[in-house]
Design a protein. Sequence first.
Length: 318
Amino acid sequence: MAKQLSAILFILLTTIPCLAQTLYLDDQFNYQQTSGIVFTTKPTKLPTATIDLQLELFSPTGDDLPIQKPAIVLIHGGSFTTGNRFNSRLIQLCKDMAMRGWVCVSIDYRLMGDQPILDPMITDTHWWWSLPNLTEQEFTKATAVAAATEDSLAAYQWLIANAEILGVDPTKIAIGGSSAGAATSLLVGYFLDDLQLIKKGSISAVIDMWGSLLVETTYIQTDDPALFITHGSNDNVVPITKAHELSDRASSIQLPHQVHIVANAEHGYDLNTTIDSSGETVFSHMLTFLYQHVVLSEDANLVTPTLGIASLALLAIF
């Protein structure tokens, strides 16, 4: 029996490695990029009156893809004054996610210079009316932040409206971004439900890359999306204390979260930066986190498989 078991193990370990890939975790597909999709049209004070907001869509291609796939919305940074959907870091992240089976979009939103006009769904809220007296500059910034949040919500709604065509599972959507895009993601994930602009539980996870929450952390509740935080220890744009504030709040209410502080990193860094002795990178931790809290969100007690089909076959033997 022992010889037979050894033979089986040998065959599995030598002939199945090529199959040892876990859907949504391992790079195993090609992808198609569709550029310049208009997901909404929004008003501005510019002579053009309106602006078409576009996104880059990355869809996995290949055999054995599920009909419904998890998705992620990515939002660029730039202090709400600059930047666009072609941000190289987010484009690469979209490619990496699509090659693992995710649908990913990188979006544009109205910037401060676009002089956005906010929708009444924002301006009629108690939050907007409760803002303190602001200087003109402060009001302009607040309007830009609100517009970015409104536009990002529109991108999420576009995904939901087109879920069947895109092959997206509407119950498994994450949102994330860098810097100002992270701040926007945090507002969509933890604040808009309190304004009754999105149903609580609609977003599965939020990815915060060197950003901050621009409202009180008490808006983060136990039944809100899982939170992944990464921040540079030497960030001189968004202080590292902002990451600690989010992490402390998540810990205090037992919200599922991870925080990864990158030593000596400043504001923005390569997601393939190694951050522990095992050789794991920011991206690998992010990917595993998303798998756990988006793909496996219906049962948070499931253990994330890391060894693929071969491992499952071995488990079946024993």
